[in-house]
Ligand binder design. Structure first.
Ligand SMILES: Cc1cc2nc3c(=O)[nH]c(=O)nc-3n(C[C@H](O)[C@H](O)[C@H](O)COP(=O)(O)O)c2cc1C
Length: 250
C-alpha cells in the first residue's frame, strides 16, 4: 500500500505565508470559536494544558498592544488579535486543591512556553485552512509586564507571542518565502556537523532574489541583517520581567 502524501494539510503547510494586511471584514465569533476549539485539541506536556488564549477585539486594547509590540500597525488593524500565554496559574489552584504548593522551575517555564507555542501553531494552521491569514507577534515580549497588566493577568501568566488574524488583502501578501536548504535543517540519525556556510551563502542569494523580486530590496539577504541584529543582546528586561510575573529560570 502506498501512502497518500499529497494531502490538503501538507499542501497548505507548504504554501504558508505570513499575512500582515487584512480586509476591513469582520471575523465572526463562530469562526473564532471553531478555530480555537479545534486548536485546543493540541497535545500538551503531561496533559497539563499550561496555556491560555486571549481573544482581543477591543480597538483601544489592540491599539495599546500595537504600541507595546513596537508600533506594529497590523496589531491595531486586524479584526481579531490572539495572545498565546504560558499559564501556570491554574496549576497553582489545582495543587492547592490537594493541599500542595506548586513548585516552579525552569522546566515549568519551558513546558508552559512550549504548550503555548504548539497551540499557537495549530491556530495558525486552522486559520489558513479557512482561507484566512495570520501573523505571529513576538513583539508581545517587548514589555511583558505592561502586556500582563493591560490584559489583567494573574501571577503565573505571560504572553509568549500574539497573532493577528483576518481576511487577507492578497495583493499585499508576499510570495511564499524560501527556506534554508533542507540539508542544514534535517539531520538523519547523527547531527551533520559539516559547515553550513555554503548553504547560508546560497540562501543569501535566494533571499536577495526573493526580496529583489518582491520589494526591490537586494541588500536584505539573510545572514547580514541577522548578524547585525544579533550582535547586541535583545530584550534584556525579559528575564526579570518574566520572573516578576511568576516564572522561574533555574
Ligand atoms: C514566534 C514568532 C514571532 C513573530 N513575530 C513577528 C512580529 O512581531 N512581527 C511580524 O511582522 N512578524 C513576526 N513573525 C513572522 C515572521 O517574521 C515570519 O514567519 C518569517 O519572516 C517567515 O515568513 P513567512 O511566515 O511568511 O514564511 C513572527 C513569527 C514567529 C514564528
Amino acid at each position: 500500500m502506498t501512502t497518500q502524501t499529497q494531502t490538503a494539510v501538507i499542501d497548505q503547510l507548504s504554501k504558508h505565508r505570513t499575512v500582515r494586511f487584512f480586509k476591513d471584514e469582520p471575523v465572526s465569533d463562530d469562526v473564532v470559536h471553531t478555530i480555537l476549539n479545534a486548536a485546543r485539541q493540541s497535545p500538551t506536556s503531561s496533559n497539563r494544558q499550561t496555556y491560555s488564549i486571549m481573544v482581543v477585539r477591543n480597538p483601544e486594547t489592540k491599539k495599546k498592544l500595537a504600541v507595546l509590540a513596537g508600533n506594529q500597525k497590523h496589531v491595531e488593524t486586524c479584526p481579531v488579535f490572539f495572545a498565546f500565554c504560558a499559564d501556570l496559574s491554574r496549576l497553582d489552584v489545582a495543587c492547592e486543591m490537594h493541599g500542595e504548593k506548586h513548585v516552579k522551575g525552569l522546566e515549568s517555564t519551558l513546558v508552559s512556553t512550549v504548550d503555548a507555542a504548539l497551540v499557537g501553531m495549530s491556530v495558525n494552521t486552522a486559520v489558513e485552512s479557512l482561507g484566512m491569514g495570520a501573523v505571529m507577534i513576538g513583539g508581545m515580549r517587548n514589555h511583558p509586564k505592561q502586556v500582563a497588566e493591560l490584559l489583567g493577568f494573574p501571577n503565573g501568566v505571560y504572553v509568549v507571542f500574539g497573532m493577528c488574524i483576518g481576511w487577507p488583502e492578497w495583493d499585499k501578501v508576499p510570495n511564499v518565502k524560501p527556506r534554508l536548504d533542507e540539508s542544514v535543517i534535517i539531520h538523519h540519525e547523527q547531527y551533520n556537523t559539516s559547515s553550513p556556510v555554503p548553504q547560508i551563502e546560497a540562501y543569501n542569494q535566494t533571499m536577495a532574489d526573493y526580496y529583489g523580486k518582491e520589494r526591490n530590496l537586494h541588500e536584505s539577504a539573510w545572514s547580514g541583517p541577522l548578524a547585525n541584529q544579533l550582535k547586541s543582546p535583545r530584550r534584556e528586561n525579559l528575564r526579570s520581567e518574566l520572573e516578576s510575573l511568576g516564572f522561574v529560570f533555574k
